[in-house]
Ligand binder design. Structure first.
Ligand code: ZN
Length: 432
């Protein structure tokens, strides 16, 4: 089946829009997988996996694993695995969320991950996440919530009140970032949970809330994702790192033949080190492989490969010197094989070679990134998964600008290239 860039991008835009938080991204992927015939499993149940079937399971509603069992035994064929992460840096609400103030009521926020803070100012911010409540029957339940409209804003301080703003402005996360929510009269006693209850009534009219017990909510840019450039060479959106990879992995698995054992894992908490029950340092993937492969697990892993997809830094035209001159990836010139011999990336010559081989067969471009030798190197879930499972791993990603900004930019042609290679990888008769 031929899939062109415009089809991938047309569907990517609403995917990004429907996925403002890791729980929403997971719900969006789950919905697509179930619609494509994947059977949903639950970790607390007994599993009786069948050959030639497709399954999906989530943990904490924020990490997801989908797999096709294929016709063969994974111990004989290996498993073609792809990985990505569902989370992105953002501002999350503190538990006591409201900061009353006579100028305007504000939210108390905590920075999640390594957010680039300056771009959060002067944006229309919406709010989404998960709310936990007790219903009329006394049961404790969770539901997802998304205000979908601008409910808050972090105004810049005018240049007249800070003459050094263009040369010397810093951001204090405690005092400069609380978003403005609303103006309320002094005698107003509205609690934040009252606002959440009203929102729940709007989004889920059947839900009867007795009391809100907790929430995990994050702000996001209300501006929708869009194609940018005179020739629409670019896509601009929040959370391209790393929902673009989640989406590409998802489409590759759904559109692969399903004849071979293949798997997609998208973990939460990559931006904060991955150590959590559902993070890539946790046991989620390992537990699923145990239940799928049983005593054949070690043999299956020895024949498997993980392609860990996470966006890469493209060469920014205003800051060319931030890249090694021979290893600076360009937007729209193909996915980027990430190499770091100090194992900040798990790529080795063999995993890189397999990727290049598939790309060559499909006549598709690729690039290679190595960080400047005088700069530190980022990392991702690849080395963690490789270290936990002992699986041959490749770190790759499409190049982008503005990583960890509230609005990032990638090329419109790189995603479809990665999709084609991943789909081919997932339907090879032998992985390695
Ligand atoms: Zn990332």
């Amino acid at each position: 089946m031929t899939v062109n860039a415009s089809v991938i991008n047309e569907e990517l835009l609403p995917f990004l829009q429907q996925s403002p938080t890791p729980v929403h991204a997971t719900a969006t992927m789950l919905k697509r997988l179930v619609a494509a015939g994947f059977e949903q499993l639950h970790e607390e149940d007994v599993w009786q996996l069948q050959p030639d079937k497709a399954y999906v399971v989530t943990r904490n509603e924020s990490s997801i694993i989908a797999f096709t069992t294929g016709r063969g035994d994974p111990a004989e064929t290996g498993i073609a695995m792809a990985g990505a992460h569902t989370d992105s840096p953002c501002l999350k609400l503190k538990p006591n969320a409201i900061k009353p103030h006579k100028a305007a009521t504000q939210f108390a926020v905590e920075i999640y991950g390594g957010a680039l803070l300056a771009p959060w100012f002067d944006r229309d911010l919406s709010l989404a996440g998960r709310v936990t409540y007790v219903d009329e029957s006394g049961s404790v339940k969770d539901t997802l919530i998304d205000f979908r409209k601008a409910v808050a804003y972090i105004p810049s301080l005018a240049i007249h009140l800070d003459r050094e703003a263009n040369s010397n402005r810093t951001v204090n996360p405690q005092t400069d970032l609380p978003p403005v929510l609303m103006q309320v009269p002094e005698d107003d006693t509205t609690r934040f949970t009252d606002l959440l209850t009203d929102q729940l009534a709007t989004e889920a009219p059947g839900v009867r809330v007795r009391k809100i017990l907790g929430y995990e909510l994050g702000f996001y840019d209300a501006q929708p994702a869009s194609l940018v450039g005179l020739r629409e060479d670019f896509i601009a959106s929040a959370r391209l790192d790393n929902l673009l990879s989640c989406y590409i992995g998802l489409q590759a698995l759904i559109e692969s033949s399903g004849d071979e054992p293949a798997l997609l894992v998208c973990n939460d908490h990559e931006e904060v080190g991955s150590m959590s029950a559902e993070g890539a340092q946790g046991p989620f993937l390992s537990a699923v492989l145990d239940r799928w492969c049983g005593t054949g697990r070690a043999r299956a892993i020895a024949r498997s490969m993980m392609i860990s997809a996470d966006n890469a830094h493209g060469v920014h035209p205003n800051y060319m010197d931030r890249h090694d001159e021979n290893h600076g990836p360009l937007l729209n010139q193909g996915p980027v094989i990430k190499v770091n011999h100090n194992q900040r990336y798990a790529t080795n010559s063999r995993s890189a070679a397999l990727y290049r081989h598939i790309s060559d067969e499909l006549d598709l471009p690729y690039q290679t990134f190595v960080v400047r030798s005088d700069m530190g190197c980022g990392s991702t879930i690849g080395p963690l998964t490789a270290g936990n499972l002992g699986v041959t791993t490749l770190d790759i990603g499409v190049p982008q600008f503005g990583m960890h900004s509230i609005r990032e930019m990638a090329g419109t042609r790189d995603g479809v290239t990665l999709f084609r290679v991943l789909r081919e990888f997932m339907q090879r008769e032998e992985v390695l």
